[in-house]
Ligand binder design. Structure first.
Ligand code: NAD
Ligand code: TYD
Length: 350
């Protein structure tokens, strides 16, 4: 079928992997990548596919309703996969309003534009909203988030994502818009902006800088290789029924200190450094306010209904991630120049 698929946030970390997959696997679809190119968006992430005939980039802000509606009209958008967001918890603590605007108002604008553009017949369309496990709040030592876990967001980031999830589901129940929602655990892999834990630690080990670990390093995250998230998105976009929610996770829990230790050891090997030397750089720093203790996803629904599972484990994924950053040091240098260093100094000198 001739789809004209709008991917928002396609110049970011997960979005760029998704756009590449869709452009390469679905030559009959036209992929429109709408992105504002904030500090987190980078067209370098897509330089290998920008010449493909079925790819088109649009620089736009999802908080601008008129522009969003124009994009639906001008390009005859048939489907949406919505990833554009402010995505970093620490930034949401210093500037919550930006998260409310982009994540809630931006999502609302896309929903309104889709409702208007598709109103004659919703049945052939899909509005797929990409969300996070952080909307479910913080777990104790036991259990995992299912699709039925009550929402309990605790950071401005997760509260804004929860707000957007609720609005997406409201458009399903109220207007019949054919929506899908998925809530995924922490992703890692190539092209992730080095404000997030894994690329930040890789970059700092490379430059033999201190490795900031919040609190006691005992918070737990459930890690998923980004290309496995993207394979799940592809599957759900094509197979999930409207109104459905799916959790996606790696079944791969690690404390932050375990993870940072693994990165240190793997990088000592790669860089031929004395074993144990990078671990000397670990520094326990002031904890994040409201730091969620543990996230863990029960991904039984997507595994049992659709046969999805992660293709690789954490160690293999970390080795591939480290290899990518080591062979793309120009990319790292470009994204860590200028405003990144201002952010870094301000955040880590608190
Ligand atoms: P990212 O920060 O790397 O990328 C976000 C992209 O959105 C950037 O390209 C940015 O330029 C764009 N953007 C931001 N504001 C915009 C606006 N107003 N208009 C248009 N574009 C705008 O984020 P990511 O890590 O790739 O996450 C993508 C999505 O997946 C987000 O919705 C996030 O909540 C969700 N998610 C992320 C993770 C994770 O571990 N990274 C896990 C689960 C869900
Ligand atoms: P992050 O990558 O920001 O993802 P999220 O907060 O969305 O889970 O952080 C992952 C974990 O690592 C989280 O528990 C906070 C912790 N962390 C540190 O210990 N030090 C750091 O410098 C950063 C950025 C994160």
């Amino acid at each position: 079928m001739d789809k004209r698929l709008l991917v928002t946030g396609g110049a970011g970390f997960i979005g760029s992997h998704l756009v590449r997959r869709l452009v390469q696997q679905y030559p009959d679809y036209k992929i429109y990548n709408l992105d504002l190119l904030t500090y987190a968006g980078n067209l370098e992430n897509l330089s290998d596919i920008e010449h493909f005939g079925n790819y088109h980039f649009i620089r736009a802000d999802i908080t601008d309703f008129i522009k969003v509606a124009e994009v639906f009209n001008n390009f005859g958008i048939t489907d949406v996969i919505h990833l554009a967001a402010e995505s970093h918890v620490d930034r949401s603590i210093s500037d919550p309003t930006a998260f409310m605007k982009t994540n809630i108002l931006g999502t609302m604008n896309l929903l309104l534009a889709a409702r208007e553009a598709w109103k004659s017949d919703y049945s052939a369309h899909r509005f797929y909203h990409i969300s996070t496990d952080e909307v479910y709040g913080s777990l104790g030592p036991e259990g995992a988030f299912t699709e039925h876990t009550a929402y309990d967001p605790r950071s401005p980031y997760s509260a804004s994502k929860a707000g957007s999830d609720h609005m997406v589901r409201a458009f399903f129940h109220t207007y019949g818009l054919p929506v899908i929602v998925s809530n995924c655990s922490n992703n890692y892999g190539p092209n992730q902006f080095p404000e997030k834990l894994i690329p930040l630690i890789i970059n700092n080990i490379l430059h033999q800088r201190e490795l900031p670990v919040y609190g006691q390093g005992l918070n737990v995250r459930d890690w998923l290789w980004v290309k496995d998230h993207v394979s799940a998105i592809d599957l759900l976009f094509h197979q999930a029924k409207p109104g459905q929610t799916y959790n996606i996770g790696g079944r791969c829990e690690k404390t932050n200190i375990e993870l940072v230790g693994m990165l240190c050891d793997l990088m000592d090997q790669k860089l031929n450094r004395t074993p144990g030397s990078s671990r000397q750089l670990i520094r326990y720093v002031k904890d994040r306010p409201g730091h969620d203790l543990r996230y863990a996803i029960d991904s039984g629904k997507i595994e049992n209904e659709l046969g999805w599972k992660p293709s690789i484990g954490l160690e293999e994924g970390l080795v591939a991630t480290i290899d990518w950053y080591l062979s793309h040091q120009d990319w790292l240098k470009n994204v860590t120049s200028g405003s990144y260093m201002d952010y870094y100094k301000k955040h880590y000198s608190k």
